[in-house]
Design a protein around this ligand. Sequence first.
Ligand code: PLP
Length: 492
Amino acid sequence: MTTPDGFGRSTGVAGVSQPPAGTGYLTSPVPGQAPVPAALAHAAGGPRYWMPAQPDQAARTAPAGPLAAPPTAPVSAPPGGFDVEAVRRDFPQLHREVNGRPLVWLDNGATTLKPRQVVEAVAEHYSMGTSNVHRGAHTLAKQATQIYEEGREEAARLLGTPDAGEIVFVRGTTEAVNLVAQSWGRANLSVGDEILVSAAEHHSNLVPWQLIAKERRARIRPIPLLPDGQLDQDAYRDLLGSRTKLVALTHASNVLGTVPPVAEMTALAHRYGAKVLVDGAQAVSHFPVDVTALDADFYAFSGHKIFAPTGIGVLFGKRELLEAMPPWQGGGNMIDSVSFEETSYAPVPHRLEAGTGHIAGVAGLRAALRYLAGLDRPAATAYEEQLTAYAMGALATVPGLQLIGDAPGKIGVLTFLLAGTDPIALAAALDQQGIAVRAGHHCAQPALAAFGLQSAVRASLALYNTVQDVDALVAALQGLQGVQGLPAAPAG
Ligand code: PLP
């Protein structure tokens, strides 16, 4: 038995609570569908809901590495490749309960859970390493500065640029896009210029462009979607022209899961002299990114969607673009010298980073990116792809369930409707079973509107999810069919 504490964590011993009943999908695949891939069969092979013992002090201060195997180690790691159970042991929140049930976290599109290495890095900064960065002459200022700049180097490595000076720290993707719109946009857009924005964008890669377009009297033109959620490439080619100054593109849609052909679309945009900003918020945790290969002019992501803290994010910009951009905020850190007569500015990236940054956040980001770099990323991506295919097949077995978006190569963002149920009521009912999904417009109203919708349920996967998570969702959805008290969805 487990005894949840005030936060729903189990205080019991290892290997205790039972998973909810499976759907049988795993063991009895639907005729005509592919059998469970080997990597997933491995993940499905044993009890999953063990509770890790509280790490002792030695373990807490030990260098990064997986916790010792629990007494009921569920499965052994495959040789090489990706060991999902080892990864799961690093994420304490995966081992708590919600509403009396083991947590099934399928809200990764909103934010990802944090491995203990990240939690420890943030705690370490505040408990032992607190200092401001850059200006201090003392030891702790030097240490904090070193961690901060190493965080920048990790971000550069993650994105595939050799130049850490092309990495600007921001609060998140939203602030990154606003920075580019307010600085680059104000300096480069004028009357009649066009900004192409895909219809799959999160509001944070649309509204900042609307704001600056209104100010500069430029024009936003949407790149439409095809019925499966892909961007309409013929329409894109027709939209491009001599007036196109910027193309705003998601690298992975947070509502459809679509991964557009960003490299090809960027090459086309460049033929017209347009710049391309890529929103990588949903991409970076799912597959390796290389801004050099993409030839992206700007690339943005949020730390909290890649296992790091909230309040820290990254804007990559090609050096020559960043250097030509005027400051967008003024204050400390971003200046060279200041007088009432004349103020000059620091070189990039500091020129675009006014004020004290989120130092603990960068410490956490550095830990998260090192954690990720320590995994076999191609194997992790392959695992997620297999899990996504499995989830799409499993969800398709639920009567009345309609998946929105099935573009080839999509990430594990599974947005759906269940006939006769309101998405928000459905998400609340799933929550009662410990299953965290999101419902609503997902800050992508134009994308949903393209499908005639205002609201939908979204289950989003991360590399620590398993077939059992998917099975728990599918079983719950099957159990909720026809349940009284789940109001019908409002007309789209
Ligand atoms: N872009 C995409 C594709 C997203 O999914 C999100 C958040 O859900 C954002 C941008 C905004 O991220 P943040 O709120 O961290 O700035």
